[in-house]
Each structure stands twice: as structure tokens, then as C-alpha cells.
Design a protein around this ligand. Structure first.
Ligand code: PEP
Ligand code: MG
Length: 529
């Protein structure tokens, strides 16, 4: 019996099963390198087949819709063509271009964007497979109840796997934001990622215990260990099914109803959240629309997404946060420049106010969708009253334009402010008098109050949402909202932490916006208080 350990908490499940160690056998045909023109033509053909395959998969998958944007981006084909032009074969050129693009994405100081490197690898794996003899299914032979062990799992692997048949994943690479973790959380599978070379100690057929709570994999456990995990698994299963019973109910605290809404980043997320019992969407992160595209999404494209999300909410509130990007989440087409302190730089509402026309395109799309449901608009990173007033002035201008054009929208659309800067906390009473609701973004608020970068492990002991200073800021914000009579929600990660639920309720919070996987847990916790 051996134990492997990581510090990454990928999901909240325990699995016991046999290891299926993934072996990617490329049946490569021996290919002789042709002339530059021949290699370019081979690449073009395989790019075309890859695009067609991804197009078919994108019909019902957000992941492949994002792949489609990337594979159609000229940056990708230009990079390969350049390598072929300097004498590489099509395969070598793909490998070199892939390495360049992956390095570029991994260098970005943003967990979500650096995880995009997986998409690039995935797309190039497909193009190369199409170049060298076709795609093989590396999961042939996986049996019901197996645990997939792989150096790395890419988004398209998920399309080949029957996620209802397997019990979990163990990988050498990956972080909490990698696709494998997102899929594990969405499908309640166990996952331990980031084990590094220690993974080589696992062989196909080994019995594994994958404990996602502890980031632990036990190889060939003795019967006593298996028994103790079986007991733990039974009690966790019982707790989860008890939690599920309240997932679709409304919950109360001290006689007042408490809304448990969800955080979402796509229409698909909204559909899943509603199925999971969410009382609406408290945070729709609209930036993914901009990040997944090589050009700014048009008003029409945005309108379709927001209106589909509103319909999926089916009468429940949908809170759309306007674009929240910044120096760290740079979008090439918006002309971002490298900044010394990106988190203190040109981001979120600051960008929107400086790019009024782009802001208007987004606001118009949100307003148009407000005719189709309880759509609300929320501004990120507000630090001054002037920013809020200016954002509202632009919103009013968009309303007037739509009225003049005879386009329908909700004239009384609710306007909210994210409280995620210390400045916003200190002027919360003034902001409250000028908006309809607050949502506390603890992910940023903690880093700004504690002056500790949310992604820097060296200062992670300071990045603590339970710090006295943060708790006082949360209380101040809720009190200001209560005094003015506006709604106050919380959409930062602290809202999904059931250890904080009672404290937040006692402080007066009556609306939580949580990860879809935490809806049942938070509703259950509230119902038991
Ligand atoms: C937050 O800061 O708490 C928040 C929800 O916003 P994001 O994590 O998208 O910055
Ligand atoms: Mg934030």
C-alpha cells in the first residue's frame, strides 16, 4: 500500500476502483516529408478535417465551441505555416507552433486563461492525429467503475469517456481550474490532480482509493483501509442524498427566506444550475464571451447568449455582470498593455468606462434580454461613486436609444454594484443610496483588504476570508445595505463555504451565489440552522 498526495482540492468525492492507465498509442504512418507546398497542403487538409470534427462536437458542448473559435483563428494556422515555411514538416510545425502557443498562454498570470493551454494542446493533438493516420480512442477497454489515470486529460478526452461509467481521475498535471477538475465537480467524480511523476507508481489494474477531500490516492490499499473508506463513503453518500432533498426547495433562516443562487459562466452553466435547484443566477460572468473569442462579440451575439440564459432561468433572476477583464486577463483585440500591477490597473468597470462604445454594445444586449426575464445588471470593481454614476448615465443613454428605436427592454432593470474593493466598503452607504443591490465579491475583496495576491501561494496564509478585517468589511457592507433597504448578496467563494454560512446569516446576508455543486450543501446547511 502506497499513498500519493497533492495539495490541490479538485472535487469533493471519494472513489474506490481499478486503475485504467491511459496510454496514447499513436498509430503513425511513416510519412516522408514533402516540399514546402506539399506540407502546407497536408496541414490545410488536416486543419479542415479537424475543424469539421470540432464543429460537429460544438453543437452541444461549450468546450468544443471554444475550440472552434481557436481552430478558426488565423493565429493558429499562421504559426504552423511559418514553421513549415522555414523547412519543418507539417507534423514538426504543429508541434513547434503548439509549444509556442501553450507557452504563451501558460505565462499569463491568470488561472483560468493559463488553463486554456489545455485547449491548445487538445486542438493540436487532433490536428496531428488527422495528419498521421486518424484519431484513435485511447479509452477502449475502460470498464464500468474504473478510475482513469493519465499524465494529463484534455477536454476532448471527456467527449470520448462515458462519465457515468467511471469513478474518477488521477493526473500528473492540472490545477483546480483545469477542465478535468471542472468536469469532476460537475459530475460528482473523484479527482486528484497535479501528482507529478509520482503518478508513474500506478499500474493498470491497481486498486485505488481516490480521496478528493484530502488530495490523496492510496495504491493497493489493505482491506482495513478499504473498509474504513467504504464506511466514510456510505456516510458521505447518505449526507449527499439528504442534501439533495432540499436542493430544489426554498430555505429560510429565522423566518426569512434565503435565496441560494448560482455563479455561471455560460448558458450551459445556467441550465445545470437551475436543474440543481438554484433560485436564479447571482453572478453571470460575461467576460468568458470576450475571452473565448478573437474579436469582440457583437451586440447581437451577446443578446442571444443573455436571452438564452434568461430563458433558462425561467422567471428566476439572472444577474449579468458587465465585462470584468484587466491587465492580467488581457484580450489582444482590446489593446491591453503590460502593467506593473495588473490587479491595481486597468480592469473591469475602468475598461468599460474608457471604452464607452463597447460598453454600450454590452449594455444594449443586456437591456434587450431584460425584456425576456428578470435580468439585472451589475458593475464590477466599483471604487468611487462617480464610476457608478457614470456607468448609470451610459445605461440611461442606451435605454433612450432603444426607446427611440422602438426596441423592448425593462425600463426598471435593477442595477447592482459588486463590493470587492475596500473603497467600496467604506462608501457602501453612499453606493447603496444609488443602486438597487450589492453583491460581495470576496475573491477580490480578500486580496485587496489583506494586500495579498489571490494567486500567490507564498502569501496564501494572508489570503484568508476569515480574517478579522474581511469579516468586519462584510458586516459593514451588509449593514449599509440593510440601512438603505437594498438587497445584499455574496458571490465570492466564501458564499460556497458551508463553514461560513451561519456567520454570514447572522451578519444579515439573505442571498448567496454559489458554485452549482454547492447549491444542495448550502441550502441544507441553512435548513439545519
Ligand atoms: C469576486 O471577486 O469575488 C468575484 C466573484 O469575482 P471574480 O472571482 O470573477 O473576480
Ligand atoms: Mg472579482
Amino acid at each position: 500500500m502506497k499513498t500519493l498526495q497533492t495539495s490541490v482540492r479538485a472535487s469533493e468525492t471519494i472513489a474506490i476502483g481499478r486503475a485504467f492507465v491511459l496510454c496514447r498509442n499513436h498509430v503513425e504512418q511513416s510519412i516522408t516529408q514533402g516540399s514546402i507546398e506539399e506540407e502546407k497542403a497536408r496541414f490545410t487538409t488536416s486543419l479542415q478535417s479537424s475543424t469539421e470534427q470540432i464543429e460537429a462536437l460544438a453543437v452541444d458542448s461549450d468546450i468544443f465551441a471554444a475550440h472552434l473559435e481557436i481552430v478558426q483563428d488565423e493565429m493558429l494556422s499562421d504559426a504552423v505555416m511559418e514553421h513549415i515555411g522555414s523547412g519543418s514538416s507539417a507534423v514538426e510545425a504543429c508541434q513547434a507552433a503548439c509549444a509556442d502557443l501553450v507557452a504563451m498562454f501558460e505565462a499569463l498570470d491568470d488561472e483560468y486563461l493559463s488553463a486554456r493551454a489545455d485547449d491548445i494542446k487538445d486542438i493540436f493533438a487532433r490536428i496531428e492525429a488527422n495528419l498521421t493516420g486518424g484519431l484513435q480512442n485511447p479509452f477502449e477497454g475502460v470498464k464500468e467503475g474504473d478510475i482513469i489515470v493519465a499524465r494529463e486529460l484534455l477536454p476532448s478526452d471527456m467527449a470520448l469517456l462515458d462519465l457515468n461509467a467511471i469513478r474518477g481521475f488521477v493526473t500528473a498535471l492540472g490545477s483546480t481550474t483545469s477542465h478535468v477538475c471542472i468536469m469532476a465537480r460537475n459530475h460528482s467524480l473523484a479527482a486528484v490532480v497535479g501528482l507529478g511523476d509520482a503518478l508513474e507508481q500506478i499500474s493498470s489494474g491497481d486498486m485505488l482509493i481516490v480521496d478528493s477531500y484530502e488530495g490523496k490516492v492510496i495504491i493497493n490499499p489493505d482491506s482495513q483501509t478499504i473498509d474504513s473508506y467504504l464506511v466514510r463513503q456510505l456516510s458521505l453518500d447518505a449526507l449527499r442524498s439528504e442534501q439533495q432533498q432540499v436542493a430544489t426547495q426554498t430555505v429560510e433562516y429565522e423566518g426569512e427566506s434565503v435565496a441560494v443562487t448560482a455563479n455561471a459562466g455560460s448558458v450551459d452553466d445556467v441550465v445545470k444550475a437551475v436543474e440543481a435547484g438554484a433560485d436564479g443566477v447571482g453572478l453571470f460572468r460575461s467576460e468568458f464571451l470576450y475571452l473565448n473569442s478573437s474579436v469582440e462579440p457583437t451586440e447581437e451575439e451577446q443578446y442571444h447568449v443573455y436571452s438564452a440564459a434568461a430563458k433558462a432561468c425561467n422567471g428566476r433572476p439572472l444577474t449579468i455582470r458587465t465585462l470584468d477583464i484587466g491587465g492580467d486577463k488581457a484580450v489582444p483585440y482590446l489593446g491591453f498593455e503590460r502593467e506593473e500591477n495588473p490587479f491595481l490597473g486597468w480592469r473591469a468597470i475602468r475598461v468599460s468606462l474608457d471604452m464607452e462604445q463597447m460598453f454600450c454594445r454590452q449594455l444594449r444586449a443586456i437591456l434587450r434580454a431584460s425584456a425576456e426575464g428578470d435580468v439585472r445588471v451589475m458593475f464590477p470593481m466599483i471604487a468611487t461613486l462617480e464610476e457608478l454614476i457614470e456607468a448609470k448615465r451610459i445605461l440611461e443613454r442606451c435605454k433612450a436609444d432603444l426607446t427611440a428605436e422602438g426596441v423592448k427592454y425593462n425600463e426598471n432593470i435593477k442595477v447592482g454594484v459588486m463590493i470587492e474593493t475596500p473603497a467600496a466598503v467604506f462608501i457602501a452607504d453612499t453606493l447603496a443610496a444609488n443602486c438597487d443591490f450589492f453583491s460581495i465579491g470576496t475573491n477580490d475583496l480578500v486580496q485587496y483588504i489583506m494586500a495579498a495576491d489571490r494567486a500567490n501561494v507564498k502569501v496564501s496564509h494572508l489570503y484568508n476570508p476569515y480574517s478579522e478585517a474581511v469579516i468586519r468589511a462584510i458586516r459593514l457592507t451588509i449593514e449599509s445595505a440593510q440601512r438603505t433597504g437594498i438587497e445584499c448578496s455574496m458571490c465570492g467563494e466564501l458564499a460556497s463555504d458551508s463553514s461560513a454560512t451561519e456567520l454570514l446569516l447572522e451578519a444579515g446576508l439573505r442571498k448567496f451565489s454559489v458554485n452549482t455543486g454547492s447549491i444542495a450543501k448550502i441550502k441544507y446547511t441553512i435548513s439545519k440552522l
